[in-house]
Design a protein around this ligand. Sequence first.
Ligand SMILES: [Zn+2]
Length: 724
Amino acid sequence: MSDGRVLRMGMIMLAGAVALGVGENGAAGQAGQAAAGQAAAFGPGNPFYAASTLPYQAPPFDKIKDTDFQPALEAGMAAQLKEVEAIANNPAPPTFDNTLVALEKSGQLYERVQEVFDGLTQANTNPTLDKVDEIESPKRAAHDDAIYLNEKLFQRVAAIYKQMDSLGLDAESRRLVDVYYKKFVHAGANLSAADKLKLKKLNEEESTLQNGFRQKLLAATKEAAFSTTDKSALKGLSDAELAAAAEAAKGRKMQGYVLPLQNTTQQPILMSLTDRATRQAVFEDSWNRTERGGANDTRETVVRLAKLRAEKGKLLGYPSFAAWTLEDQMAKTPEAAVKFMDALAPASAAKATEEGKDIQALVDSQKGGFQLQPWDWEFYSEQVRKARYDLDESQVKPYFEVWNVLQNGVFYAANQLYGITFKERKDIPVYHADVRVFEVFDADGKPLALWYCDYFKRDNKAGGAWMSNFVEQSKLLGTLPVIYNVANFPKPAAGEPALISFTDVTTMFHEFGHGLHGMFSNCEYPLISGTDVPRDFVEFPSQFNEHWASYPAVFDHFAKHYKTGEPMPAELAAKIRKAEKFNQGYLLTELLAAAELDMQWHTIPATASVDKPDAFEKDALEQKHLWLETVPPRYRSTYFQHIWSGGYAAGYYAYLWSEMLDDDAYQWFEDHGGMTRANGDRFRKMVLSRGNTEDLAKLYADWLGSEPSTGPMLKDRGLVEETK
Ligand SMILES: [Zn+2]
């Protein structure tokens, strides 16, 4: 699932800080001893001062020092603000060139430094960078506001927007006008002065509540962890798991054992715990973590946030917060997103129910003498999985050596589909010895992009995997893309091969799919180039690229034993494929339930008041036939961080929406001859090269020849019978 995977896009030009990352990455706060103090002077000695002279304007990592960032960030913001002021105060009447093209050209110094800074604070940070991040984050947010709330600038953009039809602009330029105008309006630029003040107050309160929610949830999750001094309650745990539980207790200055909670409802540790009473206790600790009364209960916060967001939607002129949020998304309206989810619900719930019956049969066969409960699911489904699929990771991994997978899998697939080739560049400076750089060439031999990979886990790297760019493609600026992929694969000891799981293989294809979306970008303007697309579209190219990992012609090309070069036995390969369909009814249902909850919370009218969040939650799910006793939502409302403080408000559906697009797209390939250059080139031309230069729903439908449908997604998850 894409939920755990991350795409962290660099801050796009101007205010487009689209925080697409999820998960627990917000640890920028550890104040280092080396406080950045007074910013040093900024001058030609700073490596960000001028554009890099390296190929593709690659960052000169051999020259960049930690102390260079703060002065460059501050000088970059100051320079852009000056440029923006000059555009806003230009005495000449507004034109496309003197306003929008000028805006697109502004902020190049800031762009240079922030792309590298954001890359390093995620992938290779240290206390000095963390401290700079802490100091600069609020200034950067204020910088973005200063641009999008500049009244004079908005008046110019609005004037151009209103006369757009008479300006003779090409389609991409029209799209730029449209995107800029809507960004300003979205931020509240059209409101009266009094309403702007109201919006500012709502935004401030929202920000405070979001922070409060995050802190309460963190504390509640810590506090609700199951603890015991009775080792026999933890039967089933491995020695390593027991040691970790003892360590966790020690860390909290407690006796015995502690099982820290994960952020989801279900807890992976339930897979191992044989004592049913312990399982129940752990599950209930998770389920009730934020509803125990006291300081860390989030019920009031959640209710107020939902109400406040409804008021905000209304103030901005929309029927709901979700309507305001979805306006610039591919789905466009909450109704479209809900219709999509509703269509998935029956097949999903039916499959989950069927899986539950399988588990109940297993419980009965073991003379369990009880009805299946949510805290039993992980434990027994793991037994079903072992019995049915018997897939042993240690058997599989020798066939997936990371560099072989890269060359003969990831690169090979891209070559077969798009004709591109790769050459390692050892002369390009890197920020860590583990990073490798490849130059990418088009089918005709022309230079296309630089691509970096930083695959191995480090203590100073955020969790998960992501893609971003150091340089964004733009014809206007004359830049080619410089892209990077980061992951957290286990690093082998010196001299040992890096053997990875099939999940990790899939992650490589996923992040490289984002990479292709960036590398193939062939756009004029940076604001709408490459992966700067709506949230419900951005995971489509990456998830689509995952399909090639198990495409037979690709899989057989890379799945070879690292020692002998023997291909993976067909039986083992078949097991991997079959195991991918396991437990999918459950997994889809818990996701759908969370996504429907998100949308229900964010479509309440401003006049409504919810006083019982639990009743609201139950009603919401019952209406959708997704209130299943044994399949709880992936997140309960009161600990649903994505939507209350993670930037995914009214946006959790996007994961599933993108999945519909990628499965549907893959089906198109299957129906048109599979992996061929013709199919690849058509996809590149009509989708991957286009960035956000056209309405995404239209772009997709033009390529596919119809609207997207959920059929292939249900088939891919094994929720409906295969038709062929
Ligand atoms: Zn992704």
